[in-house]
Every structure is written in structure tokens, then in C-alpha cells.
Design a protein around this ligand. Structure first.
Ligand code: PAF
Length: 289
């Protein structure tokens, strides 16, 4: 595996692959890699000639009081994991290379980014979209792979690709879970044993809601009752628990008929966790062109 640390070298390496008509798969990450990231690498390898993973803790997507400073940075073991997973390139740029002096342009989504996590983390998705577009442009990738665990992020990236005519295909990959059901996340590293036991309640609530939906329940308040172990736990501070359409545009508040997604975000101790689960036939969101 080739480790590349500058934007110019990365662009040159990807350009050379393109010149040889090799397809490029991009796996953008912020490091602290877990099985979820590795499954993205595997899926890229299965459909692309070359897989480039990026490791960049993007300052633009962290709010002032968020965890940018303490976000887990585990470069050595990340590189070993990528190598084992068969990535061809790891791109590990410095902040000053991605955002040099004079950098003053960023992307804004003015609708989907304002709900759910966007309502609790102002500016977060502008930072995500800006860095993702830069990485897509630098890599000239054919496909880019993102986990469905960050469902709103994936939806926004798909919207951006469509709105801005980005030529890469955006692929959403299934959430990887621990045996307990807890969604794999780099932020799980922050959880104490007690926190972890509480965190498991989030996925359990989503699964219970899905079981009720599968059994025919369509009343939103009845579905929400299945999440009582979360909503009644005073040590879990809920940011939101909502049922929305697959494109997130519609919030279902009374009844839910078609395919939908339940999304949750909560703070356990000082750790903010998100998770989601599709209801009904998994509906890959495809926006009308
Ligand atoms: O999901 C993440 O790890 C980040 O938001 C991403 C997509 C790598 C952009 O920094």
C-alpha cells in the first residue's frame, strides 16, 4: 500500500491511474478505523481496480465545543488495518494542505442539512460536504463509499452529487454492528463500560420499533413506545428520535405507511451517538434527476 501525504502527490497518483483507464474507489474516513470502515474498503475493492482510503480529521466539520482536539488519532494502526484490508493507497494529508492560507469557499445545503443532526450541529454538514467534494475532485474517483450509519451525511452527499453534477457514483453501505447491536463508530472508544451498556439501548430501541412496524403497526406514537427504554432513561439525553421518508424530506408524525427510516441521536455521558434503521423494504434513495 502506498501512503501519500500531499495533495499534489495524491492528484498525480490518481491521474496516472485514470490515464491507464483503471477505475478508482474512494473511501473517505477520519481514521480511528473499525470494521465499518474496513467493510467500505472491501466493497470498493469488489467493484474498483484501485481503492484509495483517506484519513483526515476535518476541522471544518467540528463545532467550537466539539471533540476535534480529542478525536481519536490512531494513524499507525489505521494504516496497518488498511494494508490488511487490501487498500492500494492511503491518503493522509495535513490540514494546511487541504485548507491552505486564503481558503475561503465552502458548500452549503440549505434544506436537508437543517434538520436532525444539522439542527444540533450548525455548520457540521457544510464542513462535511466541502471536504468530501474536495476529496472527490482530487481523486477523480468512479465510486465513493459511505456507511449508512451516517444516514443524513450519506443523503446530503447524494444530494450534492446530483445537484452539482459530480461524476462519481455515491455508494451507501450497510451499517456494521457489534454483537450487542451497537453500531460501530469511532466515538464508541469514548464509552465507559456503563455508557456502553446504555448505548446498546439505542440500537435495541430501533430494532424494537422495526419489529412493531414489521408486525403491522403504522401509528407513530405506538412505534415510539417501543423506544421507552431510551426515552425513559434519565442518563440518556436524547437529541432526536424521528421517523422520516428515505430522502429525509418528510417527517412522519402520525402514521407511517411506506418505506421510512428511524433516526436517533443521543448523548450518553459526554459522547454523542447516532444510529438509524430502515423500516419496510430498504429504499435506496434515488433523487429525481
Ligand atoms: O464520516 C466521516 O468519517 C466524515 O464525515 C467524512 C465523510 C470522512 C468527511 O470528513
Amino acid at each position: 500500500m502506498q501512503v501519500i501525504t500531499t495533495k499534489d502527490d495524491f492528484k498525480a497518483a490518481m491521474g496516472a491511474e485514470k490515464a491507464q483507464r483503471r477505475s478508482i474507489g474512494l473511501v473517505p474516513t477520519m481514521g480511528a478505523l473499525h470494521d465499518g470502515h474496513i467493510s467500505l474498503v472491501r466493497q470498493s475493492r469488489a467493484s474498483c481496480d484501485l481503492t484509495a482510503a483517506t484519513i483526515f480529521v476535518n476541522p471544518l466539520q467540528f463545532g467550537e465545543n466539539e471533540d476535534f482536539g480529542v478525536y481519536p488519532r490512531t494513524l499507525e494502526s489505521d494504516l496497518a488495518k488498511l494494508e490488511r484490508a487490501g487498500a492500494d493507497v492511503a491518503f493522509v494529508p495535513a490540514v494546511a494542505d487541504i485548507y491552505p492560507d486564503g481558503f475561503e469557499t465552502s458548500l452549503t445545503n440549505s434544506a436537508t442539512s437543517r434538520v436532525l443532526c444539522g439542527a444540533h450541529r450548525p455548520g457540521h454538514f457544510d464542513g462535511v460536504l466541502t471536504v468530501v467534494l474536495k476529496l472527490l475532485n482530487m481523486s477523480r474517483c468512479d465510486r465513493a463509499f459511505f456507511g449508512k450509519k451516517d444516514y443524513q451525511q450519506l443523503t446530503l452527499i447524494r444530494r450534492m452529487a446530483l445537484d452539482l453534477d459530480v461524476p462519481a457514483e455515491i455508494i451507501g453501505c450497510e451499517t456494521v454492528r457489534e454483537e450487542t447491536g451497537l453500531a460501530r463508530s469511532s466515538r464508541n472508544a469514548y464509552l465507559s463500560a456503563d455508557d456502553r451498556a446504555r448505548a446498546v439501548k439505542l440500537s435495541a430501541a430501533l430494532m424494537a420499533m422495526r419489529s412493531r412496524f414489521d408486525a403491522g403497526e403504522r401509528d407513530v406514537s405506538q412505534l415510539m413506545l417501543a423506544a421507552a427504554p431510551v426515552t425513559n432513561d434519565p442518563a440518556i439525553s436524547l437529541d432526536y428520535l424521528e421517523i422520516r421518508s428515505p430522502d429525509l424530506a418528510t417527517r412522519f408524525e402520525r402514521s407511517v405507511e411506506g418505506p421510512a427510516v428511524v433516526l436517533i441521536a443521543a448523548k450518553i455521558g459526554s459522547t454523542r451517538l447516532i444510529d438509524n434503521m430502515e423500516l419496510g423494504e430498504p429504499a435506496e434513495w434515488v433523487a429525481a434527476a
